[in-house]
Design a protein. Structure first.
Length: 294
């Protein structure tokens, strides 16, 4: 018998208040099985706090606690019992990004026979980055254009790799390159390992658990000729100084996970860290940036 799930969502201004509210809600009894605080990426300064419970939340209690932090009344609802991974697999069609053909196992019979295309099998999982989102697509297209221009990096890092689709793309077309994929989330690292093996690239991509560059192996292998970072505006800006330290002179970074309206702020942070803009592509509301280390 399936377990009922309830969600309670609210918004409030400011990171400190949002994280404080999330921490307070973790202490509610019966304890929620999940609490998160996330910045709403629309330049509003608002944060969303979400709580997930097996039992219906006490709306009065939640709203009382939320009011202490300046939050709006919670929206409480029962979450449908859906196998989201299976649902996503059905919905995701294969994607072409330059030479790269990204598909799931459910579409293996649709892989073209064109030898010029590089097939990448990436499974829809709880980790982010299947190639379908505008941010991942933008990074793949940027990398494809650089390859067409003769760019052949010897060392590649994919920071915040998610499913490791970008690292796998690099390993697939750069057989002699050192490629490292890192993510702060242990589940994403496991997914990365699995996808590397699925694509027949076992031993070609090192998958590490790390926040940013905070791993001895990432330090040891630097500087990198190419660094991917498909994350969010805030972490991208925070990482700019570390990017400057770990990117080789003349090396490139491909950045995404940011809205087009955030591109100028991210670019400014990287110029301050010693980079020069090379290219930008907007796909819908999302943007992908290429910058060179001076």
């Amino acid at each position: 018998m399936s377990q009922t799930t309830w969600s309670a969502l609210t918004t409030l201004p400011g990171e400190a208040a949002a994280r404080g509210l999330a921490a307070r809600l973790e202490q509610v009894e019966p304890a929620p099985y999940g609490v998160g605080a996330f910045e709403i990426e629309d330049n509003s300064g608002l944060w969303e706090v979400g709580v997930y419970c097996h039992d219906a939340p006490d709306a009065a209690l939640f709203n009382q606690i939320g009011a202490e932090f300046g939050a709006k009344p919670f929206v409480i609802s029962e979450v449908p019992d859906v196998d989201w991974v299976a649902h996503v697999r059905r919905e995701l069609a294969p994607v072409e990004a330059g030479r790269f053909f990204v598909y799931g196992s459910h579409d293996a019979d649709r892989v073209p026979t064109d030898p010029a295309l590089v097939p990448l099998q990436i499974e829809a999982t709880v980790a982010f980055g299947t190639g379908h989102h505008g941010t991942t697509l933008g990074c793949l297209r940027a990398f494809d254009r650089l390859c067409n221009e003769g760019f052949r990096p010897a060392k590649v890092a994919d920071i915040g790799a998610g499913t490791a689709v970008l690292a796998i793309a690099a390993a697939a077309v750069l057989p002699d390159a050192l490629v490292i994929a890192s993510d702060i989330d242990e589940v994403a690292v496991d997914v990365s390992h699995a996808n590397v093996e699925i694509n027949g690239l076992g031993g070609r991509v090192e998958c590490l658990e790390a926040a940013g560059f905070a791993h001895p192996r990432l330090h040891e292998a630097s500087p990198y000729d190419l660094i991917f970072a498909n994350i969010l505006k805030g972490p991208l800006i925070e990482l700019a100084p570390d990017m400057g330290q770990h990117c080789a002179p003349g090396g490139l970074v491909i950045l995404s996970g940011l809205l087009a309206v955030q591109a100028e702020a991210v670019t400014a942070a990287y110029i301050a860290a010693g980079f020069s803009p090379v290219a930008r592509e907007d796909l819908g509301e999302w943007s992908a940036l290429v910058l060179k280390r001076n």
